[in-house]
Design a protein around this ligand. Structure first.
Ligand SMILES: Cc1ncc(COP(=O)(O)O)c(CN[C@H](C(=O)O)[C@H](C)O)c1O
Length: 340
């Protein structure tokens, strides 16, 4: 099986498994796990924030950010196809008691003037705007990189209106590697950032949230309230350190494979690549070959290829370090056969 469903399917490397085995551990509820402490320091250093916190998933990282930034009854400005809006089970309403304010984006990027106009004025009828959420790279937009200028402009609006900004940076390292702009620079235009260790970086579990010391102190408390206080967590934090020290630069290979796959698909009659492939995600429209996303995925599965549906007529492929160049060649050969 060539698994292109997501970069979440990556399995830990041998180095990660060895690091787990050898990890120095302690009780993290008492702050005594040296490995996760090191990982949190590393994440703070890479993002240029004062502190960071290890969390078991990107979703929990995003939701702890909402819980920590917002009060009950706040409104959260976000892009209408953001993961935090589409794929997190309305957690921000269920747990934090806030209402999302979805805005239309272009390839995931919000128009700064739309953001400015969406910030609520002080009025007895209105909720206060508690947070602005950005996502980079943008999953639904096909791993699109939100331009730095756009983030800078929205940062200024946040500062002007004293509304904090959270970045869902699940694939922020993909944006950094593809653009050559360091993670620290991207992070300088937001108050808090969540990034995944468990996606392209290949760790088996976990994400990091980074922000001010005070923010992380409160976020740690929210994680504990959610039952996320962990004990000898170094066992799963150690692979995260390998992810950050050994697996970042190789993301360029995933991007190269994605471009190779997209270029090959463009030569297959009837298939249409929907997105400009900047990182590791490819969106393919299958309508012209008379398929729905589901029927095409079924046909692909019979050929030993896995993808996911990303709409009625669109499938998504995500390259990852389990997929080599020879796999990409195989996928193209088998997809070509499917349309003959
Ligand atoms: C932008 C972004 N932010 C947050 C998350 C949540 O991360 P996890 O909770 O899965 O660790 C994801 C996961 N994305 C997963 C995937 O792409 O296969 C699915 C859709 O949930 C994400 O793409």
């Amino acid at each position: 099986m060539i698994d292109l469903r997501s970069d979440t399917v990556t399995k830990p490397t041998t180095a990660m498994r060895e690091a787990s085995y050898k990890a120095l551990v302690g009780d993290d509820v008492y702050g005594e796990d040296p490995t996760v402490n090191k990982l949190e320091e590393k994440a703070a250093e890479l993002t240029g924030k004062e502190a960071a916190l290890f969390v078991p998933s990107g979703t929990q990282g995003n939701q702890i950010a909402v819980l920590t930034h917002c009060q009950l009854g706040n409104e959260v400005i976000l892009e209408e196809n953001a993961h935090i809006y589409l794929y997190e089970g309305a957690a921000m309403s269920a747990f934090a008691g806030v209402q999302p304010r979805p805005l239309k984006g272009i390839r995931g990027a919000l128009n700064p003037e739309d953001v400015r106009n969406a910030v609520r004025p002080d009025d007895l009828h209105f909720p206060e705007t508690g947070l602005i959420c950005l996502e980079n790279t943008h999953n639904k937009a096909g791993g699109a990189i939100i331009p730095l200028e756009n983030m800078k402009a929205i940062h200024e609006i946040g500062q002007e209106h004293m509304v904090p900004i959270h970045l869902d940076g699940a694939r922020l390292f993909n944006a950094a590697v593809a653009s050559g702009i360091p993670v620290k620079e991207w992070s300088s235009y937001v108050d808090t950032v969540q990034f995944c260790l468990s996606k392209g970086l290949g760790a088996p579990v976990g994400s990091m949230i980074a922000g001010s010391k005070e923010f992380i102190r409160q976020a740690r408390k929210w994680r504990k309230r959610l039952g996320g206080g962990m004990r000898q967590v170094g066992v799963i934090a150690a692979p995260g350190l390998i992810a950050l020290t050994e697996m970042v630069d190789r993301l360029a290979e995933d991007h190269e494979h994605a471009k190779m796959l997209a270029d090959g698909i463009k030569n297959i009659k009837g298939l249409e690549v929907e997105n400009e492939v900047e990182t590791n995600i490819i969106l393919i429209n299958v309508e012209r070959i008379g398929h729905t996303a589901d029927s095409y995925l079924e046909a692909l599965k019979k050929e030993g290829i896995l993808g996911v549906a990303f709409g009625e007529k669109t499938i998504r492929f995500v390259t990852n370090f389990g997929v080599m160049k020879k796999d990409i060649e195989q996928v193209l050969e088998r997809m070509q056969k499917l349309v003959l």
